[in-house]
Design a binder for this molecule. Structure first.
Ligand SMILES: Cc1ncc(COP(=O)(O)O)c(C=O)c1O
Length: 362
């Protein structure tokens, strides 16, 4: 039987197997005193991103929840795109805030800074952009808006491990930047996430988050400790961290493999609406927009090619049912399709994806 062409596929080598075996045998699987992989990962990811601190947690959702817990958003508004995974909005609600959905730029599908300006009210506290598919948002403009209106900036960089903006890695710009290391992400773990911290309060934020990620436990001395806040059970385990360390070593190489594929997609796909090429993008996703999406996806499935939909807009979900009018997001939500993008794709896979897509859209 012919092998399916997968939409996402983590790159796994002997390195991951060897390190996992060591952790398994060590008997220390949680973080803390064990094999020290969690703190090793934090140091390495902080160095890689050029950030002051890194706090490793057990998902991107936990990273967003914790980062926003620093911002005092109870009964306040947080500006977010609706075109994202639902955790971007949930993290606001977990903290008692109100998500305010804003439309995206049709070229990049990142939140539109001009529309952010129009959505700011007296209740706005935070702007939370998503680097969609790994495409860097216009951080220069968003930082300017934050400064002018005395707002905090928290980035959702779940797609952006390895993305750069103005020659600096994502993770080094805002006071708090949230990453996901879900198995489909560019830096894959069984489950994991991180918050990188910068700016003048990063010292304090680092110690608050390192306590809050494990039930508010602090001042540990041997088996003695105190509990200084409520906290959550969000710590990263040693297996995830050990895989993450190996994945981080090859992240830039894996991302350049993705970019080689995107160069071909953006040159050879004969379709008007497709993700543009940008050398700074990590290309977690590669999107096209197509009318007749279901017919297209069925044809691809029949030919052994997985596709995906990222995303159905959050403001149209039953739980949120917001009255926001977001014409671009709503149109994109109907037409967007993700094509396979990962370093395990062979040249013949890419040929097949391009040929079938072009034949369908002709
Ligand atoms: C944009 C975005 N934000 C947040 C998350 C949540 O990350 P996790 O699945 O690691 O909780 C995801 C995960 O898919 C995501 O795509």
């Amino acid at each position: 039987m012919k092998k399916k062409i997968k939409l996402f596929d983590p790159v796994v080598g002997n390195e991951e197997e060897i390190t996992l075996k060591k952790i398994l045998r060590s008997g220390f699987w949680a973080s803390g005193a064990g094999t020290g992989k969690v703190s090793e990962f934090e140091k390495k990811f902080s160095k890689y991103t050029g950030s002051k601190f890194c706090v490793a947690v057990n998902s991107g959702t936990a990273a967003l929840h914790l980062a926003l817990s620093l911002m005092d958003i109870k009964n306040k508004e947080v500006i977010i795109p609706s075109l994202s995974f639902v955790s971007t909005a949930h993290a606001v609600v977990y903290n008692g805030g109100k998500p305010v959905f804003v439309d995206v730029d049709p070229k990049t599908l990142c939140i539109d800074p001009e529309l952010i300006k129009k959505s700011i009210t007296k209740k706005t506290r935070v702007i939370l952009p998503v680097h969609f598919g790994g495409m860097p948002c216009n951080l220069h403009e968003i930082q300017h808006i934050c400064k002018k209106n005395n707002l905090s900036l928290v980035e959702d960089a779940a797609h952006a491990s390895g993305t750069s903006y103005k020659n600096k890695k994502i993770g080094s710009h805002a006071n708090a930047v949230c990453f996901s290391f879900h198995p489909v992400k560019n830096l894959a773990m069984p489950t994991g996430g991180a918050i990188t911290l910068n700016g003048k309060d990063s010292d304090i934020f680092n110690s608050i988050l390192k306590s809050d990620r494990w039930c508010g436990i602090s001042n540990r001395q041997g088996s003695k400790y105190d509990v200084t806040s409520l906290g959550w059970n969000y710590y990263m385990n040693e297996f995830s961290a050990a895989i993450g360390i190996e994945q981080l070593k090859k992240l830039d190489r894996m991302n350049s493999e993705r970019k080689k594929i995107v160069k071909r997609y953006s040159k050879e796909l004969q379709i008007d609406s497709k993700m543009p090429f940008n050398k700074d993008c990590s290309y977690h996703l590669y999107w096209i927009q197509i009318t007749n999406r279901e017919k297209f996806r069925k044809m691809m499935t029949k030919n052994g090619i997985e596709t995906g939909i990222h995303y159905f807009p959050i403001h149209q979900m039953k739980y949120y049912k917001s009255k926001s009018k977001l014409p671009i997001t709503e149109k994109v939500g109907k037409n967007i399709v993700s094509l396979p993008i990962h370093p395990n794709l062979h040249e013949s896979d890419v040929n097949k994806i391009i040929n079938l897509t072009n034949k369908f859209t002709k």
